[in-house]
Design a protein around this ligand. Structure first.
Ligand code: NAD
Length: 324
């Protein structure tokens, strides 16, 4: 599928995953509309895409705003739907979770149908699985979630199916595992572990691991995630849900040790453990087989390489701050 000159809306396009999707779309020479409330997105996340000569329009608006969505969808061919309130915010403010994630997603889908959008590629989450009843979790795993954020993602998945059945709106939705990479926000539960570890290591202090460090994450590099999104758009596959997983577990302790090593502090620093709730499920480990078999998608960035890029990005931001 040739995306040249196609009008493509990316909700949440100034966020971590959305902005990397925008980078891909610029390479594909699409006309991109970033639709983002900027609650967590940043215009600087689009600097790279703009510097590449990308045809990008930024619409600063909320997915709760039906009129703004209606306007932006006119003439739109495809939509990547990434905008959402994040896990902690949803736990703190469950009504916001309902209004942004559930109503907001409904608004996006409704506007897509009205405007004749051809396909939506949407962000679900491995949170729909809750604590894994078996591992690795494949897409047949039950919805064992008990959090508001996960509840909103389950509701959205049901709406994707219902819009497909009633209106024929093609979609693929991704249950991302633990996505990380340059431009990552600091607030997400496991991401703030990465940034916290790096801050401590920089200061010559031992990284503090919440809990005993045995909780695991399935780390997926953001550029791989963006590539999965483009592959899903171009694929004839519709009405399906996929994990975007590396298929590998990393313990939080291993992550701390890796970052110590990558920062050249091996032998000088050791993580310390604090007995408190890490806020993480005990284990996250996704089965990547369905996405591989049906979309041909596999992750290609090893954790070590991905973390190296995070460190480079963080250092470049630090240098920029020191220069100004
Ligand atoms: N990062 C992960 O590990 C992960 C894992 C599972 C699922 N997801 C999902 O992937 C999507 C993208 O996540 P991300 O990591 O890039 O997060 P992010 O917070 O970096 O990006 C989300 C973007 O959406 C915008 N946004 C939030 N609420 C909005 C609203 N009401 N209206 C318009 N824009 C709004 C934010 O400003 C932000 O730019 C989200 O739907 C998230 O739930 C992410």
């Amino acid at each position: 599928m040739d995306l040249t000159n196609k009008q493509i809306v990316v909700t949440g396009g100034a966020g971590l995953i959305g902005s990397h999707i925008v980078d891909e779309l610029v390479r594909e020479k699409a006309r991109v509309i970033v639709y983002d409330s900027m609650i967590r997105g940043k215009r600087e996340h689009l600097d790279h895409a703009i510097a590449q000569g990308g045809d990008i329009r930024i619409v600063e608006a909320d997915i709760r705003d039906r009129d703004a969505l209606h306007d932006v969808m006119q003439g739109t061919d495809y939509v990547f739907h990434q905008a959402a309130s994040w896990l902690r915010l949803c736990q703190e403010n469950p009504r916001l979770s309902l209004e942004t994630n559930i109503h907001g997603t409904f608004n996006v889908l409704e506007a897509c149908v009205e405007a004749g959008v051809k396909k939506v590629v949407a962000a679900s989450s491995s949170s729909v699985y809750g604590e894994g009843l078996y591992l690795p979790t494949d897409e047949k795993h039950p919805f064992n979630n008990d959090l508001f954020y996960g509840a909103s993602k389950v509701a959205n998945e049901q709406h994707y199916r219902a819009f497909y059945k009633k209106y024929g709106l093609d979609f693929v939705a991704f249950r991302y595992l633990n996505v990380y990479g340059p431009r990552q926000p600091h607030e997400a539960a496991y991401m703030d572990a990465i940034m916290h570890f790096l801050n401590r290591i920089d200061a010559g202090e031992p990284p503090v691991v919440r809990g005993d460090g045995t909780a695991t994450v399935d780390l997926v590099y953001v550029a791989d995630v963006a590539r999965a999104n483009i592959m899903a758009l171009k694929s004839p596959v519709t009405n399906e849900f996929f994990n975007v997983a590396s298929g590998t577990e990393t313990t939080i302790k291993e992550l701390a040790l890796l970052l110590i090593r990558l920062c050249g502090m091996e032998g000088k620093l050791q993580p310390v453990f604090e007995s408190m709730d890490s806020g993480l499920v005990a284990r996250r480990w996704g089965d990547p087989a369905k996405a591989r078999d049906m979309l041909g998608f596999v992750t290609t960035t090893p954790v070590e390489e991905g973390m190296r890029r995070v460190i480079e990005w963080r250092n470049s931001k630090k240098n920029q701050r020191e220069d100004t």
